[in-house]
Design a protein. Structure first.
Length: 117
């Protein structure tokens, strides 16, 4: 007869960190927590301090970039089959969309770094 695996015990959190925020910082944390899908600001802070969290906006942008990359791959295959001139305009437009999305992410990250300084 096989034994059942032992039940996982939830590790008790016994360490407490005390951090003070002004009203503006607190409001920003609450908005970030909600945007990332957390119901509790403290859970958001715990997760953010232990691993990187993407906001829903970041996740949406990343998904959009993945779709654009997939479209670019399809257009590249078509260009090899039918010739580049048949899809040149669509490829250039898609490259512009990707470039704009990457610039937007870069600006957001620059803003995050500047606000943390």
């Amino acid at each position: 007869m096989t034994k059942a695996p032992p039940k996982k015990t939830k590790e008790h959190r016994e360490r407490v960190w005390s951090v003070r925020y002004n009203a503006t910082e607190n409001e920003r944390l609450e908005l970030l927590a909600a945007d990332a899908g957390f119901q509790s600001t403290s859970t958001y802070i715990r997760n953010a301090s232990l691993k990187e969290i993407f906001s829903r906006t970041d996740a949406k942008t990343i998904r959009q970039l993945m779709i654009l990359g997939n479209n670019l791959n399809q257009l590249t295959r078509k260009a090899h089959a039918d010739g580049f001139s048949t899809i040149e305009e669509r490829i250039l437009r898609l490259i512009d969309e990707i470039d704009n999305s990457v610039r937007c992410i870069g600006k957001k990250n620059d803003h995050k770094e500047n606000s943390e300084a």
